[in-house]
Structures are given as C-alpha cells and as structure tokens.
Design a protein around this ligand. Structure first.
Ligand SMILES: Nc1ncnc2c1ncn2[C@@H]1O[C@H](COP(=O)(O)OP(=O)(O)O)[C@@H](O)[C@H]1O
Ligand code: SF4
Ligand SMILES: [Mg+2]
Length: 361
C-alpha cells in the first residue's frame, strides 16, 4: 500500500437519529479524507458525534438507530425512517457518501458490505463491556473474525493464526489462555484481544473508538504502545477516536476536530496542537494539561483556560455556527449563517466565518 492515496473519502455525510425530542443530528455534513498508511485522529468532546461517525462509516448506523427508535416503543419514531419528518426533507439515517477504495459503501448491497466489514475495515468498538461475547472463549471469538471470511481455512492453520495475532498484541500466555472466556481477562487484556480481532482479517482501515477510555493510566500507555506497533508494523490506515487530546497527540498524523456533529478543523497534527486556528480548537487545546506540557516543551507559554459553557443538545443546535454561544470571536454573521467547510491552505480545512481575521493568542 503506498502512503498517500485516498483510502476513505466521506462527502457531506449526515447521520441522524430519531428521538422523542426530534432529530438528533449526530453527524452533520462531514467531509473528510483518510489516506493510505496514515493515522487520523478524531477528537471532540463526549456527545459530539464521533461514535456515530464510526458507525456510519462501517454501515451499522441505520441498524443501531432503528434499534434504539424501536426500543423506545414509539411506532411514530420508526415511521420517520421511511417517511421523513413531516413538512421537511429531513429524515433519520445516513445521507451523503462513504467512498472506500473507490466504492460508495452507502450504496452497496448488504452482503457486499458484510464482506467488507471485518476484512477490509474493522472497528474496535467503544466500551469493552459489550464488545466480547461472555459465552465463548477468546480464541473462538478471534478465530470467528477469520472464519467469517474464509470458510476453507484448516483448523490447525486457524489456531496458528489466532495465536500469532494474540502474540502480536502481547497478550500474556496467549498459548495457554486462548481457551478461557472473556471474564478471565483484565480491561487492558480485553482491549489487546479486540485489537487482535480487528487485525486478523488483514484490513486496510482500522477504526479504534476510544480504545483507552475506562483503562487506568499505566494500562492506557500500554494500549497506546500496541496501537503504535500496529501503525508502524502493519500496512493499515488508522482512525483513532478519542475525547482525550493527549491520546490523539501520541500518534496521529492528521487530526479532525469535531463539534456538534461537524468537523470544524482538519489539519496535520503539528498545526492542530501548536497553531490551532479554529476558535473551538484553540479553546480545546487549553483544556488538556498534556497538551500544555507539549506546547511548553516546544517553547510556547500555554494557558489552561478551557472553554466556557457546554456543548449543545444535538436535537437543538444553535443557529448559524453551532459554536457561537461559546465563541469569544462571534459576530453577527456567526448567528445567521452556517460557515462553509473550506480548504484554506493545502490540507488545512476549517469551518469558521472569521478564519484569517483571528489572531493567535
Ligand atoms: N442510539 C441512539 N439514539 C438516539 N440518539 C443517540 C443514540 N446514540 C447516540 N445518540 C446521541 O447522538 C449524539 C452523538 O453521540 P455519539 O456519536 O455517541 O458521540 P461521541 O461518540 O462523540 O460521544 C449524542 O447526542 C447522543 O446522545
Ligand atoms: S464562525 Fe464565528 S462563532 Fe463560529 S467559530 Fe468562527 S468566529 Fe466563532
Ligand atoms: Mg463515542
């Protein structure tokens, strides 16, 4: 795989849930490209739409959205999927395109999508709790990721492959413990197993959704090391999702900043962490001590100021630029018009009316 060619191209991607309060615009007009061999970080506060974007990419958003609408016991909500919201063009589900290796995944029949999922794109889902099936041994579950795509593989070969991958992620005593079920493994070990499962099918793209959240600090560092090994030793692209800028700063080549369902800035990691230009990114970078330390080492004088206020409810997004109620640079137009997502210099995308007018602090 040559580094640099586009692997995944999202264009005007929207992913909306139906809820009793109205449409939840979890992913709202996102355009983004991930290239072969690169690690892209997706950073945003909790509830900004990151996991929804991951689900939309792998084609599981609609299933989850319909399930949660169905689970709410409101038949009217389910109807909105087919008929849309009365009086508007809007409807829950996914719109826009997800072009992966030249194919728009949103248009593929479900059997083709199932064949791609796991083998060409794999997701390490958020939350260890539900990711592993408590009923089956971890060896069995890791093997399943191969068997789904290769029914003819011989049993001995399968076992060899499972142990090879569990060994690669450095699961202690894998050759003895692969027969045990998930309850016998710690959080960090479970995350290693999930990483092995994501890799064993030989994917082009691995999406890791909050892979270190819920782990203690030492274990977080170990998992980051495993992911760095994946980035460096495997021929894959990585989409690393986190609400923690420190985790993203450890390994991303490029970083997309998400706010209220929108990507507001996308640029190389150095620019994002050292010269952010969107007011939200600027504020976000003053919220993490690890980033302040990194900036200090680079000779800057960082301030830990944070951002006043809270992110909006995605059922009720503010008019114009959704960040305007929290933005110290907001002017009239920010309340009226949604800023366009534009490439302001090569490989630097931003959604702000005032780009170029705001001085770095
Ligand atoms: N199944 C669902 N049904 C309705 N709303 C949902 C569902 N899952 C997530 N949401 C809402 O979508 C928004 C984005 O959530 P999510 O994608 O999980 O954000 P993040 O991963 O950035 O924390 C949140 O407002 C959340 O409450
Ligand atoms: S568009 Fe306006 S409100 Fe939004 S980030 Fe830019 S200056 Fe702030
Ligand atoms: Mg999430």
């Amino acid at each position: 795989m040559t580094k640099g060619d586009p692997l995944l191209v999202l264009k005007n991607l929207k992913a909306y849930y139906a809820s009793k309060k109205g449409l939840v615009r979890a992913v709202d007009d996102v355009s983004l490209e991930i290239r072969e061999g690169e690690c892209v970080g997706l950073l945003g506060e909790s509830g900004s739409g990151k996991s929804s974007m991951a689900l939309a990419i792998i084609g599981l958003f609609e299933k989850m959205a319909r399930f949660s609408a169905g689970a709410s016991n409101d038949p009217e909500l389910l109807k909105t999927f087919d008929k849309g919201i009365r009086g508007t063009q809007e409807r829950p589900g996914v719109q826009g395109s997800v072009v992966f290796r030249g194919k728009d995944l949103t248009k593929l029949p479900s059997d083709e999508l199932v064949a791609i999922r796991g083998r060409e794109i794999s997701l390490i889902p958020q939350g260890l709790g539900h990711a592993l099936n408590p009923q089956h041994s971890i060896g069995h579950q890791t093997a399943e990721s191969v068997e789904v795509h290769d029914e003819n593989i011989r049993l001995l070969e399968l076992k060899r492959k499972v142990l090879e991958y569990l060994g690669l992620v450095q699961l202690a005593d894998a050759n003895l413990r692969f027969v045990l079920d998930p309850g016998s493994f710690s959080g960090g070990e479970s995350q290693r197993i999930l990483i092995a499962m994501a890799l064993i099918g030989g994917p082009y793209l691995v999406i890791a959704d909050e892979p270190t959240t819920a782990l203690d600090v030492t274990v977080q560092a170990q998992i980051i090391n495993v992911l760095k090994m994946v980035r460096d030793e495997f021929d894959v692209s990585l989409l690393l999702i986190s609400h923690d800028a420190g985790v993203i700063a450890e390994m991303a080549d490029r970083v997309a900043i998400m706010y209220a369902g929108k990507v507001v800035e996308y640029a190389n990691a150095v620019k994002i962490f050292h010269e952010p230009q969107h007011p939200y990114t600027m504020g976000l970078m003053t919220s993490f001590p690890t980033i302040a330390m990194m900036q200090m080492r680079a000779g800057k004088k960082p301030r830990l100021r944070g951002i006043p206020g809270d992110p909006p409810d995605l059922c009720d997004i503010p008019s114009g630029c959704p960040f305007h109620p929290r933005c110290r640079y907001a002017v009239d137009i920010c309340l009226e018009a949604v800023p366009e997502y534009r490439e302001v210099e090569p490989d630097h995308f931003i959604r702000c009316h005032r780009w170029g007018e705001i001085e770095q602090e």
